[in-house]
Design a binder for this molecule. Structure first.
Ligand code: BDR
Ligand code: CA
Length: 305
């Protein structure tokens, strides 16, 4: 059973990522050791409240703790226009109280599992903070997958920057500047290809059957469909973080190449990721089997019935 820690900012696509991981946990394919949250789509405490709501809907017992409240060196900006006023589209649930210390959860998971998989689907704030506060434990993280960046590709926040890297550019730069092992990077040019539209959502709801979360998905996803439509992307939604989890856990076919990635922190190029010369620090995912990803979501959703 693969041990997994997810660091996320639900967020609508993060919510579907959590749903997927919960299904794999129910299937006995992974051990979801914990969920920590970053500030990005919403605040870290609201994201933790959202993640706890998702966890309780899906009947799993992973601890959920809010992470760092603000980026390393820039003011926090959230995006209610993308993910709804509190991050779950038209659904609103309470924020989580501060009732635990997230780095302790990471330390415990790292000490317990040599083969821990860390999946980061929000800004890299916690990952970079952890390197500074717990360098020895950070050095033991050998399997890290990050959703973020747009490498040699247009951004979705500025012309060259993707949202997660733009929110905390110093953390993204730190994550790639000091990685103990190459980070698997699922960047925008690949993740934006994984789309859910209303017929796909109906199929997902049918696959989930009586699972309680099924009844809430329309009010959550409708906001994301409307956002993408307003952006000229059609009445559908890009589900970046879910595809990232499938790639991290090798549940879909994908291609990658070893490259060096660096992230700019300042000025107009804030959050811009690019391939540079030098020692490889990244397994850059260059394509993924999108049909396979839809089939994998179907398989997982049926496990939650
Ligand atoms: C990323 O930004 C967030 O809004 C999504 O949750 C995803 O992690 C895509 O740019
Ligand atoms: Ca996210």
């Amino acid at each position: 059973m693969t041990p997994v820690l997810i660091d996320c900012d639900p967020g609508i696509d993060d919510t579907l990522a959590l749903l997927y991981l919960a299904a794999l946990d129910h299937l006995g394919e992974i051990d979801l050791c914990g969920v920590t949250t970053t500030a990005g789509n919403t605040t870290a405490t609201q994201a933790a409240g959202n993640a706890r709501w998702v966890r309780d809907q899906l009947r799993i017992d992973a601890p959920v703790l809010p992470g760092q409240p603000v980026p390393l060196a820039v003011p926090l900006v959230t995006t209610p226009e993308t993910h709804g006023p509190t991050g779950l589209g038209y659904l609103e649930v309470p924020a989580a109280p501060e009732d635990g210390t997230w780095p302790d959860l990471w330390v415990e998971a790292i000490e317990k599992h040599e083969d821990l998989h860390l999946i980061v689907t929000g800004p890299c704030t916690n990952l970079a903070s952890f390197r500074q506060s717990h360098p020895e434990h950070h050095a033991r993280l050998r399997n890290v997958t990050v959703m973020g960046g747009a490498v040699g590709y247009r951004g979705n926040t500025t012309p060259t920057a993707e949202w997660n890297f733009w929110v905390d550019p110093h953390a993204a730069a730190d994550a790639f500047g000091h990685t103990p092992a190459p980070v698997t990077l699922c960047s925008l040019e690949v993740t934006e290809q994984f789309l859910i539209d209303p017929p796909r959502l109906e199929g997902l709801i049918a696959d989930l059957g009586p699972a309680p979360i099924a009844g809430h998905l329309p009010e959550i996803l409708r906001f994301y469909f409307e956002f993408h439509q307003a952006q000229g992307e059609g009445y559908q939604a890009q589900i970046h973080d879910l595809l990232t989890c499938m790639i991290a856990l090798e549940r879909v076919g994908y291609e990658h190449r070893g490259v060096r990635v660096d992230v700019d922190t300042r000025g107009e190029r804030r959050g811009t990721s690019e391939e540079t010369a030098g020692t490889s620090n990244t397994r850059l995912v260059t394509s993924a089997d999108i049909d396979g990803a839809h089939a994998e979501l179907t398989r997982a959703a049926r496990a939650l019935r």
